[in-house]
Design a protein. Structure first.
Lengths: 294, 407
């Protein structure tokens, strides 16, 4: 095959695909952040810690209860989502009337505390978690060697993103949610229990992060700082996509994954910063984000 | 987000130690040992609380010889500025005489400068860069456990000898990674091998698949990992996932500790070849040391970095007893000179010595990680492949361009 910009075509296609896979994680994580911000007006900086909790919960279920990956995929979002519900009821719900900054500081602090507790308990090197036997092996695509598990991650992420988008944009429940975002007192006046809806939405956002954690456990090191490395990038994704925009965060997540993947080929040293450069440019040109409404 | 959580935490981490107890019996000198390492980040497990426990073990094993010993602990958060600040504060205000451990080469080099300026003693166990005893050597520094040159020679040399003559590097983009890549490249080239490419990735990167695919398409026989900790764990995990080792490419983990193998699990780590200067199950003396210190560890095992803290502090205390604690407090360079003049001997590394450039010499062991079936119990991870004798394991003294060495 030919070279494209001096890079052999197979390598470039491979990188595009890998970018898409990383983008799947960004999309899943930023989706949760966007859902939470859209309804709660809280920038949930605990998201990274909740992602990490998802991965650890999967490990605990395997080690302590003997429950495999598929059970983890089912149970972990429920368990971690429930901790999110408790957190929202006990603490976060007290901040809705205040400025965004307070919510950010609270969730940021909570994230640090959770991470610290896990680090004290489990150390910083991490824990082993194996790829489930059903998803081991790889496909030879000709231009690259694609592990089956990575393919599964993209498919799972796409299904989750699509389902969330449909739920919020196309169902009656979603309509209530969007209405409550616009004008909560009015929706409440129609007899909808808005506080409960808000709590459950937070739990749902957290559950999305937890599923991300379970999906990540077999490929990334399961360690307490795994979420910290991701959350800042994901936050940038949300800002670029437009705070609170569901579709924006999905598309931007996948898109930026690809951009980052390409940077890793052309100039690897910049791969950690390229997303923030894009964020700065987007903020200058369209402060509301690519898909946000000013 | 301009808020940096590490910066926010700096005050919190340092504050408790600023008020460390100053009370001691009048007349009896007190030597103050500052363990400066990563208590909260990626290098916590290769340094952190286990290093502190090993330092305390050294003090206990040394016993009482007419002076008091105090330990203070600081978290440098992998930041050179934070590390230098704590070191400065310790030596200026809190009367710390010796700084031990200091993982992260960038911090390690920064602290070396401060200790030299204050004429105290610097016993670095966990930084990897060979520059500590090379161009940046100091009369106040002893570099104890390992360095990039020794790793490159032991692991890199063995790989080339086994037929891995074309290399591709995955390098952590900071002082340590660059030094390790440079030293390994020299060995590969001098053994007749070639370096066909490499990428430099940011520290604490999570996804390595892009880099691994690049490495694979370079058709190199060996992928050299010049990174550490979680970065190495993630790379090895993902290399297994992408079937890189199954297709015949070898992975050279240039720096890996026992805790990293534990984090990977034997399933993913089996067959990796790596170098450490200490392994708990190496001989009767290492097992005896491990049994003594184990009750003070939270379920983990000491790696070579921790053993280095033990060994370094024990030798320092012996030296202080030999020259007088008051004298040792006064002149760091003189203490280090005396340490160099005395032969070393302890349970972790056996007999050894410290060279004029500050390099501690002991044998380097090349290990292979056991397969899950071969492991007989918890933490039974290594089998010994070969041992490089102390005098050959490290860089020849006249090749490091250390100004302290008179040729």
């Amino acid at each position: 095959m030919e070279d494209i910009f001096g890079i052999p075509a197979p390598l470039l296609f491979g990188q595009l695909l890998l970018g898409l896979i990383n983008g799947a994680f960004y999309a899943m994580m930023s989706l949760g952040l966007a859902v939470i911000f859209g309804l709660l007006n809280i920038i949930n900086f605990t998201h990274g810690a909740q992602f990490m909790m998802g991965a650890f919960a999967a490990w605990m279920l395997l080690e302590w209860a003997g429950l495999n990956y598929w059970w983890a995929l089912l149970l972990v979002p429920i368990i971690v989502g429930f901790t999110g519900v408790v957190l929202e009821r006990l603490m976060i719900s007290r901040l809705y009337k205040l400025d965004h900054l307070y919510g950010l500081l609270l969730t940021f602090g909570l994230g640090l505390i959770i991470e610290g507790v896990f680090r004290n308990q489990f150390g910083s090197s991490g824990l082993p978690y194996r790829i489930p036997p059903e998803l081991q092996g790889a496909w030879d695509l000709g231009f690259m060697f694609l592990p089956i598990y990575r393919g599964w991650v993209v498919i799972a992420a796409l299904i989750l993103c699509l389902a969330t988008w449909l739920l919020i944009e196309k169902t009656r429940l979603g309509a209530y949610l969007r209405a409550a975002t616009e004008n909560a007192p009015l929706v409440q006046a129609f007899g909808v229990n808005v506080p409960r809806m808000v709590t459950l939405t937070y739990g749902f956002g957290v559950a999305l992060a937890a599923i991300g954690g379970v999906l990540a456990a077999p490929i990334y090191s399961v360690n307490p700082q795994m979420g910290t490395n991701l959350i800042i990038v994901v936050f940038a994704v949300v800002v670029i996509g437009g705070m609170g925009s569901i579709l924006g965060s999905i598309i931007t997540g996948f898109g930026l994954g690809i951009v980052e993947g390409l940077t890793k080929v052309f100039y690897p040293e910049a791969s950690a910063t390229v997303i923030f450069v894009i964020m700065a440019i987007v903020l200058l040109a369209r402060p509301a984000g690519l898909f946000g409404r000013a | 987000m301009s808020l940096d959580r590490r910066t926010l935490l700096t005050g919190a981490a340092v504050a408790p130690f600023a008020f460390a107890r100053a009370g001691h019996a009048q007349g009896t000198p007190t030597l103050k040992i500052g363990v400066l390492n990563d208590q909260s980040g990626v290098y916590r497990d290769i340094s952190g609380p286990t290093s502190v426990a090993c330092v305390r073990q050294a003090i206990q094993d040394f016993g009482s010889r007419g002076f008091n010993v105090e330990v203070v602990v600081g978290d440098h958060q992998n930041k050179p500025d934070v590390g230098s600040n704590i070191a400065r504060q310790w030596m200026d205000r809190d009367g710390v005489d010796v700084i031990v451990d200091v993982p992260n080469s960038a911090v390690g080099l920064a602290v070396a400068g401060v200790v030299r300026e204050k004429n105290k003693v610097y016993l670095n166990s966990t930084s990897a860069t060979a520059d500590l005893t090379g161009a940046q050597c100091s009369p106040n520094t002893v570099h104890w456990t390992y360095d990039t040159y020794m790793l490159a020679k032991s692991t890199g040399g063995a790989m080339v000898k086994a037929g891995g003559d074309t290399w591709f590097f995955l390098t952590a983009d900071y002082a340590f990674g660059h030094a390790l890549e440079r030293d390994t490249t020299n060995f590969v080239k001098s053994a007749g091998g070639r370096v066909v490419g490499g990428v430099r990735h940011p520290l604490s990167n999570t996804d390595y698949s892009s880099f691994l695919v690049q490495a694979q398409s370079s058709r190199a026989k060996v992928i050299g990992l010049a990174n550490a900790g979680t970065d190495t764990v993630n790379t090895v995990k993902q290399a297994a996932e992408f079937g890189i080792t199954r297709r015949g490419t070898k992975i050279a983990v240039l720096l890996m500790f026992l805790n990293d193998v534990h984090a990977l699990g034997l399933q993913a780590a089996q067959g990796l070849v790596l170098t450490e200067t200490f392994y708990w199950d190496l001989n009767d003396r290492t097992r005896a040391f491990t049994n003594r210190v184990k009750p003070h560890l939270a379920g983990s095992m000491p790696a070579m970095s921790h053993a280095g803290c033990y060994s370094a502090v024990l030798h320092y205390l012996k030296t202080a007893a030999d020259m007088g604690a008051a004298q040792a407090k006064q002149d760091g360079a003189a203490t280090v000179a005396r340490m160099k003049a005395m032969p070393t001997d302890d349970d972790c590394f056996g007999a050894g010595r410290i060279r004029e450039d500050g390099r501690k010499l002991h044998p380097a062991h090349l290990f292979e990680v056991k397969a899950p079936g071969e492991s007989k119990g918890a933490w039974d991870y290594y089998k010994l492949l070969q041992t490089t004798p102390a005098e050959e394991a490290f860089r020849p003294v006249n090749e490091g361009s250390c100004p302290l060495v008179r040729s």
